[in-house]
Design a protein around this ligand. Structure first.
Ligand code: DGY
Length: 331
């Protein structure tokens, strides 16, 4: 659409052509199909004339950005996590914030399991060792890992993704314990076969610990040096939540000293920068924040973000509105 009166929206990162085409039927779309991450200044300049932004996890939606965007009515985050968005600042300015819950639960849970297996069975370091030409003879005592089956899985954060991780454990005859702000209703706990535990109890008794909580002030360094010290020496630790939930420096130290068996990490403090200790660790499997990155799921996320944007700008309630109080404020 090239109508000068059309409402302008910004899609901050590369997305699916069909999703952009749908948005172009309604709006004047500024896209970033070149996918160069925008600096805060570039983001502010591009967003300034816009009524809507489809944002990505690395876009910081700050009061300064909002002040630069007087026409803005919606930030459609293309992620379930919203820690990159200052929600109170949006609400105070009457800006709707939406996210993409539900569509990524199973894919993210699958990746948690991929990391559990890869870390437990040393898949990545064995692959590297093999490619590097070290394999001279088969060895009965080589490459011992940790069994997944019949182990105890501890899940910290039992939202939709945590529960999807738990449900998969039945296939491996695992015992599942979880820690959450509030215990689950009985029917939900039963459906995923999980029993409630205090955080310290979970950390000290689980064989696999998977962290799956939203990031915010209450969960900053939820897992720090004290908590990591509670893990069993044979434990496998997995973070698919957000960098910042885990104290990376403390985790690196625990792995360097071999105080746990292994870790699988998808999210990092200050990503895309890594703590300098991570790359040398042979007992850690590292992935670049890709837990939701199947094609089908990323398309589902992009479509949901677009539906949220369209609804917000066309006067309907967005399907996944994070700050509904903004509606009463407007009314
Ligand atoms: C999310 O949705 O919050 C993921 O971390 C990004 O895919």
């Amino acid at each position: 659409m090239n109508d000068a009166s059309a409402r302008r929206v910004l899609v901050t990162r590369r997305t699916f052509d069909e999703v952009l085409a749908g948005l172009r039927l309604r709006f004047d779309v500024d896209d970033n199909q070149g996918d160069q991450p925008l600096t805060p200044d570039e983001l502010a300049a591009r967003a300034a004339p816009c009524e809507g932004i489809v944002a990505a996890v690395a876009d910081a939606v700050t009061p300064a950005l909002l002040d630069a965007c007087p026409r803005l009515r919606v930030v459609a985050n293309c992620a379930v996590g919203t820690n990159n968005v200052d929600i109170p600042a949006c609400t105070a300015r009457g800006v709707m914030v939406t996210n993409t819950p539900g569509v990524l639960d199973d894919t993210t849970a699958d990746h948690a399991w991929a990391l559990m297996f890869a870390a437990a069975r040393r898949v990545v370091s064995a692959d590297r060792w093999l490619r590097d030409g070290h394999w001279r003879a088969w060895g009965f005592m080589d490459w011992h890992g940790v069994d997944v089956h019949h182990a105890t899985l501890g899940i910290v954060g039992m939202g939709r993704i945590g529960r999807a991780i738990a449900r998969r454990a039945a296939g491996f005859d695992m015992r599942v314990i979880y820690h959450n702000r509030k215990p689950l209703p009985d029917d939900q706990a039963l459906a995923c076969g999980a029993g409630y535990a205090g955080l310290d109890e979970l950390l000290s008794s689980a064989d696999f610990v998977v962290v799956s909580v939203p990031y915010g002030p209450a969960t900053h360094h939820l897992i720090g040096a004290r908590e990591l010290a509670l893990l069993k020496p044979s434990a496998v630790f997995v973070n698919i939540a957000r960098g910042g939930v885990v104290d990376d420096a403390a985790l690196v130290e625990v792995l360097q000293e071999g105080r746990i068996a292994a870790a699988g990490i998808d999210v990092f403090e200050n990503e895309p920068k890594l703590h300098p200790g991570f790359p040398a660790l042979d007992n850690a499997v590292l992935t670049p924040h890709i837990a939701s990155a199947s094609r089908a799921t990323r398309l589902g996320m992009a479509e949901l973000a677009a539906r949220n944007l369209v609804a917000a700008l066309e006067g309907a309630r967005p399907p996944s509105l994070v700050n509904p109080e903004v509606l009463s404020r407007a009314g």
